[in-house]
Design a protein around this ligand. Structure first.
Ligand SMILES: Nc1nc2c(ncn2[C@@H]2O[C@H](COP(=O)(O)OP(=O)(O)O)[C@@H](O)[C@H]2O)c(=O)[nH]1
Ligand SMILES: [Mg+2]
Length: 214
């Protein structure tokens, strides 16, 4: 089978609290990126899609407060969720963020979440809370340890393992770098598997004919 590749990516819309989600994608599937502000969500989406300008990358954290939908291969949505951990944000704003995220997590639209952690730092209290939400809503997840290029090679696998361990999550996180593309092929493979599973669940090739056995 041909490896999964992203051939087309287009920004569709931004959604805030109280505004409507876009129509479901043709494949009826959504995969979201979540993590604290500045962890590298937008960069990861851009590097996956080979498009530096698709998602807005910012060096000042906490700029995106909306859920951004990108249509991939005219089939499914890749979703860039607003980051958390902007300590200086007013309480009211943090509450709005929580409402926006929880509404989305509980919407039933999500097939998979990529939870991004900085490979250099242990998970924060908010990372742990996010992880608990993912478990609570029963959404399948993959941990990604971003900015792998910032650690020397021999420290990357241990850094990713430690991030997963501190979160209480089995078994490890995938080291990723938007700069060097380390981990990109692996992440695309995971994405291809998620899409393949989703499609085969929706169109089961083997149907069991109960009547004929009577
Ligand atoms: N060295 C390095 N820097 C990165 C990487 N990913 C993101 N960054 C930088 O980290 C900052 C925040 O990235 P961004 O993608 O906007 O993070 P977001 O807030 O999670 O969407 C930007 O200055 C990026 O250039 C990476 O893999 N390696
Ligand atoms: Mg971003």
């Amino acid at each position: 089978m041909e490896p999964f590749a992203i051939k087309q990516a287009a920004f569709i819309t931004s959604v805030g609290l109280g505004s409507a989600y876009p129509e479901p994608s043709p494949a009826g599937m959504e995969i979201a990126m979540v993590g604290k502000s500045n962890v590298g969500k937008s960069s990861l989406i851009n590097s996956l899609c080979n498009n530096r300008k698709l998602a807005k990358v910012s060096s000042s954290p906490g700029k995106t407060r909306l859920i951004n939908f990108f249509l991939i291969n005219q089939a499914f949505y890749l979703v860039d969720l607003p980051g958390y951990g902007f300590a200086k944000a007013p309480k009211a704003e943090q509450q709005k963020w929580g409402q926006l995220i929880e509404a989305y997590l509980s919407s039933g639209r999500l097939r998979h979440i990529f939870l991004l952690l900085d490979i250099r730092h242990g998970p924060t209290a908010e990372d742990k809370q996010m992880f608990q939400w993912i478990l609570y809503y029963g959404i399948p997840f993959t941990l990604v340890a971003t900015k792998a290029d910032k650690l020397p090679r021999h420290k990357r696998a241990p850094g990713a393992r430690e991030a997963a361990r501190l979160l209480g999550a089995p078994p490890a996180a995938l080291p990723y770098s938007s700069e060097t593309r380390e981990g990109r092929a692996e992440l695309l493979e995971i994405m291809g598997n998620i899409l393949g599973d989703h499609i085969s669940l929706q169109n089961p090739k083997t149907t069991i004919d109960i009547d004929s056995s009577l």
